[in-house]
Each structure stands twice: as C-alpha cells, then as structure tokens.
Design a binder for this molecule. Structure first.
Ligand code: PRP
Ligand code: ZN
Ligand code: MG
Length: 225
C-alpha cells in the first residue's frame, strides 16, 4: 500500500476544503488518481501519497509524524494545538504557508428572537461548540463566566434542542445561521486553510521534495493575485 519513502500529505476527504485542496495539488503538478472511497491515493509522477481523512484528524496525524504534510483550517489547527498543550503532549508542527482558500470565522451566535446582546449576557449561559479550547480561552480573556458544551456536529441546532443557550461555530456564508434562526455576534477567530509540516521530519529526500514544491506553491498563489 504505502511506502515510507513517499511523502505523505493529509487532506480533508469531504467538506469545505476538499475541492480546493485537490485543485491545489493538481496546480502543484502532483498527478493523482483520486477515486472515491479510497483512503490513500498514490501520485503517479512523484513519490507522494495523499491521505484523505476527517479534517479534525489532520493536525494530530501531522504532529505524530503519521503524515509529513497536511492541509487544514487554522481553526482546526489552533484547537488541536491548544488541546495538546493542555495535556502536555505537544506535537511539533510548523505552518509552511497560509493558503488563499477556506476562509471562515469562528463566531458566537444566539437565537435571533433574543435580539442584540452584549458580552454580559453570556454570563451563566451554556455555549455549544466543536472548539472548546479556543472558546474557553476567549471566555477567560473576556472574563465571561459561561459554560462550554462540546458537540462534534450539528452545533447550530443546539439552542433549539435546548442543549445550550448560544453557540460558537464556523461561519462562512452565514447560510447555516440564517437557516437556524441565529444571530451572529463577536468573531473569536478568523481562519484560512494552511499547509503544515511535521517539524521533526528529517528524511532528506522528503525535505528536498518539499523544497521543490514550495516555490510552485508561491507561484500558484501569485498567479491568483
Ligand atoms: C461549518 C459550520 C457550519 C457551516 C457554516 O461546518 O459548522 O455548519 O460550516 O457555513 P455557512 O456559514 O456557509 O453556512 P464545516 O463545513 O466546517 O463542516 P464540519 O462542521 O463538518 O467540520
Ligand atoms: Zn470538521
Ligand atoms: Mg458544520
């Protein structure tokens, strides 16, 4: 299946970043045969394997060196790094480039019928999120005494389901908030997709391949400007 000499890149299997990731790999000249349902795709013209996984798993895979590179949202990366830092298991990953796709913001939101609210309203409230680390840090920083309810999905239905009073979730077009009758409040974090690398990577062949890909990446970014 896979071979240790091949550079392993983790990308999102299905979701907001997957199309742009595939497009980027193509623009970098990496020829892939991405058949649906396949976890690993082998490049035919370079020693590269692409793993397609859940975006939330990408930082961990790169931190642990299971994959050498990964493309992931800065929001997911920051959450994973904060979680590792807290559990004392600091994985080493470095950001090679900020990419020009996958823009979104992590924002607070609450039921529209409550109307505009300021920070003091959150005191004593329950906020549902998939980003407990980032949210907790924000609440601490802003001195807001709210509790965090961790949900891995369907965060936007939490207020209606009575699981929480408000949410802290990703907003891209705003359609999800709109469809669920939620009003957007403060932005906690702005995020783009980024390219990350395992910092402990020592393999000379892989490092040389990354050095070859980076100027191409800069070229792709410039061509879009
Ligand atoms: C985010 C978020 C909302 C949606 C918002 O999910 O959780 O569901 O995007 O986008 P919109 O403002 O354009 O409606 P994401 O695509 O990251 O998927 P995930 O929650 O499954 O990771
Ligand atoms: Zn996700
Ligand atoms: Mg979602």
């Amino acid at each position: 299946m896979s071979n240790n000499n091949r550079l392993r890149i983790a990308i999102q299997k299905s979701g907001r970043l997957s199309k742009d990731c595939q497009e980027l790999l193509k623009q970098l000249g990496i020829k892939l045969n991405l058949r649906e349902q396949r976890l690993i795709a082998h490049a035919t013209n370079m020693p590269i394997d692409v793993l397609r996984v859940r975006d939330d798993d990408i930082p961990g895979l790169v931190m642990d060196g299971v994959c050498d590179l990964g493309i992931v949202g800065e929001n997911v990366l920051e959450e994973a790094q904060a979680e590792r830092a807290r559990s004392g298991n600091k994985g080493s990953v470095k950001k090679l480039a900020k990419l020009d796709f996958g823009y979104c913001r992590l924002a607070l939101a609450w039921p529209q019928e409550l109307g505009k609210q300021d920070k003091s309203w959150f005191s004593g409230k329950r906020i549902a999120t998939t980003y407990p680390e980032i949210l907790s840090k924000y609440l601490e920083r802003e001195d807001i005494d709210a509790s965090v309810v961790m949900l891995t999905g369907s965060v936007e239905v939490a207020p209606r389901a009575g699981l929480a009073d408000a949410i802290c979730d990703l907003v891209s077009t705003g359609a999800t908030l709109e469809a669920n009758g939620l009003m957007q409040g403060d932005t906690i974090l702005e995020s783009n997709a980024c390219l990350i690398q395992n910092e402990m990577l020592k393999d000379a062949g892989k490092l040389a391949l990354i050095d070859k890909l980076m100027p191409r990446l800069r070229g792709v970014k410039q061509a879009k400007e």
